[in-house]
Design a protein around this ligand. Structure first.
Ligand code: 3HC
Length: 594
């Protein structure tokens, strides 16, 4: 029979500790909430009150239930208050010495049968367990921020944890309404090991002024459907916590330089810019502890002051694949006359069918009415020739993803198109500057990266090279706005913003699977339930295509030469074996029955 947990202790009432107290108390468990001093206790009490008051204000919690919740929490200074509890969860700062000292004390104070759990994010649970005389009763219970909201708990079992202790805490997680994954003791466990390389890399982009904080966050929200961008998430986690986690993962997780904290994080911590909890981090908040962002010196003006953009009235789309079809549809639906040019065969049968089918589907879904359907088709000129692009104002290229093919096309466009035309490539993995330099007008060439599927995603990455003019960037941004798209502007680096941040994370997930640390399902689960991702990494890989992900990851690796970015051998092997994901019926999962 599973052990009954009627009274538990939580030590450390920072962001995570206060959240864990709330989780227990909401689910009918009495909690002794412990801090080292009265001021720290008051801060913890205030954090809990803020969270429950917000739930009451939103009508999610009745006032009486809030009062009952608070009555279950006994706030105390000092560990002696934990003598009679069934379980202690520790959530103090991420310092091994501190945690080891604390566990030795808890071992001395608590009843012999009490289970001791650490909420450490990245330190070794084993190192902490052996500071006690009961290592078989020590586990990791890793909650995610905000603890009352995120469904996942990682249960970390060391080589000495007793099986019944694991069973008991798993049953407790279920009682708390959480979903657990049970894993062994490795730096960063599942979710942090996959999350923090990505967060650190995003900070590197800010530090290098590669893109603005708003654009990086927007890119990941709109390009990948994440609930929040990486910089806003770091503000939620706390920059001090993030620094410690990265530091530990670097030192104990294989000295991958991608986990060495970006210097900007240390500077921000030293300057007291810790994120939401201090009222300022990457963003500024209306007060410490608040989630409300207020404008500051880095906030872009509501209407960006951009140089005059050139008017665009007609558009040429070159290419015959799915992306070209999506672009023809997007521009025509937005009211632009479109010339569709299939550079290779001169026949537009395939692309015309694809666009008609997509428009029919839009009508069937009620997203387009019949009259607009006809008007959209009437705006498209099929089987146009390159020569017919002489008078368009914008050419968007979506031909094969090969440098020589694109360069040859841009050299031809340079001959054909009138001066001042904006020439855009949709490449996802080649340097835009290579294409631009095939023309005599590199100032008018840029990248327009439409994350897949082009017709549905709300984002466009506008990629400016070191030769792109400000006017060309402004024109591209204005055209995308007319398409109803949100743009982010970035430099010409492999993967731009979205793929540069997404692909290494996917690659890391494959490496974790390859190492036998966790299963496809557990990894997908952890990212969805721990970080609110709409899809897990293996679902994403099967959807975008393993070959596409591999090509992108190779491009990122080729450019950065960072050993940790080398494509995972398992990914290479699956692609070689023809397991490409949904498209081939099998990838990380079997889709043949669908
Ligand atoms: N505390 C308690 N509840 C909170 C909260 C907080 N800090 N922030 C938001 N909530 C609640 C809201 O009250 C709301 O509840 P309701 O649905 O009952 O009304 C719900 O969460 C949704 O909040 P909002 O509508 O205000 O805002 P969003 O829909 O944007 O959701 C979010 C906010 C839940 C934080 C969402 O953006 C999200 O899932 N972000 C990703 C968070 C994440 O990745 N966490 C993991 C970080 S890594 C980690 O914790 C590991 C550690 O070791 C560092």
């Amino acid at each position: 029979m599973a052990r009954e947990f009627t009274r538990v202790g939580v030590v450390g009432l920072g962001t995570m500790g206060a959240g864990i107290v709330e989780v227990f108390a909401r689910n009918g468990v009495d909690v002794v909430a412990v801090e080292v001093s009265e001021p720290a206790l008051a801060r913890g009490r205030a954090t809990l009150a803020r969270s429950t008051d917000r739930a009451v204000a939103k009508g999610k919690l009745a006032e009486t239930d809030r009062d009952a919740l608070h009555s279950r929490v006994d706030f105390q200074v000092g560990l002696e208050a934990l003598r009679a509890v069934d379980l202690v969860v520790e959530a103090v700062p991420e310092h091994l010495d501190l945690k080891r000292r604390l566990f030795a004390e808890l071992d001395r104070i608590c009843r012999p049968d009490t289970i001791l759990a650490t909420n450490t994010s990245s330190l070794s649970v084993t190192d902490i367990a052996v500071a006690t005389d009961r290592p078989q009763q020590v586990v990791g219970l890793h909650f995610f921020n905000p603890a009352p909201v995120m469904k996942l708990v990682e249960v970390v079992r060391t080589v000495v944890t007793a099986a019944d202790v694991v069973d008991d805490v798993e049953a407790l997680c279920a009682r708390l309404g959480k979903v657990d994954v049970t894993i062994s003791d490795r730096a960063g466990f599942i979710a942090n090991a996959l999350l923090f390389g990505y967060l650190n890399q995003a900070v590197g982009m800010v530090e290098a002024r590669y893109a603005t904080r708003e654009d990086i966050d927007l890119a990941m929200k709109l390009g990948c459907g994440l609930p929040m961008g990486p910089l806003a998430l770091l503000d939620l986690i706390g920059l001090d916590t993030a620094y410690e986690i990265l530091n530990t993962m670097y030192r104990h997780g294989g000295r991958d330089r991608r986990h060495a904290p970006t210097p900007l994080i240390r500077q921000m911590v030293t300057a007291g810019l810790l994120g939401r909890k201090s009222g300022r981090g990457f963003y500024t908040y209306d007060k410490p502890g608040s989630a409300k962002v207020v404008p500051d010196g880095q906030t872009p003006a509501p209407t960006r002051t951009v140089p005059d953009s050139a008017p665009v009235t007609t558009v040429g789309v070159v290419g015959a694949g799915a992306l070209a079809a999506g672009l023809v549809e997007v521009f025509a639906r937005a009211g632009y006359p479109v010339l569709s040019v299939d550079g290779d065969t001169g026949s537009s049968a395939g692309i015309s069918d694809a666009v008609r089918t997509a428009l029919d589907e839009d009508v069937a879904r009620g997203a387009l009415d019949a009259a607009d359907h006809e008007a959209t088709l009437a705006r498209i000129t099929w089987s146009a020739t390159l020569e017919q692009l002489a008078d368009v104002d914008l050419v968007v290229e979506a031909v094969a993803e090969e440098s020589s093919v694109k360069q040859a096309l841009f050299a031809r466009l340079d001959e054909v198109c009138k001066p001042g035309v904006l020439l855009a490539t949709t490449t996802s993995s080649l340097p835009v500057i290579e294409v631009a330099m095939a023309t005599q007008r590199p100032a008018d060439v840029l990248g327009l990266h439409f994350p897949d599927p082009a017709a549905r995603r709300p984002l466009v990455e506008v990629v400016r090279t070191i030769r792109t003019s400000a006017e060309a960037t402004a024109t591209a941004t204005a055209v995308c706005a007319a398409l109803g798209r949100t743009t982010v502007v970035c430099g010409d680096r492999a993967g731009f913003v979205v793929d540069a941040l997404l692909l290494p994370y996917l690659n890391d997930a494959v490496r974790m699977l390859e190492a036998g640390y966790a299963s496809v399902d557990d990894i997908d689960h952890a990212m969805k339930l721990g970080c609110g991702y709409p899809t897990g990494p293996f679902e994403v890989l099967d959807a975008i295509g393993l070959d596409v992900a591999l090509a992108g990851q190779r491009a990122v690796y080729r450019e950065q030469r960072e050993p940790g970015l080398a494509p995972a051998p398992l990914l290479e092997h699956l692609v070689t074996a023809g397991y490409l994901g949904h498209r081939s019926g099998r990838g990380f999962r079997d889709h043949s029955g669908r």
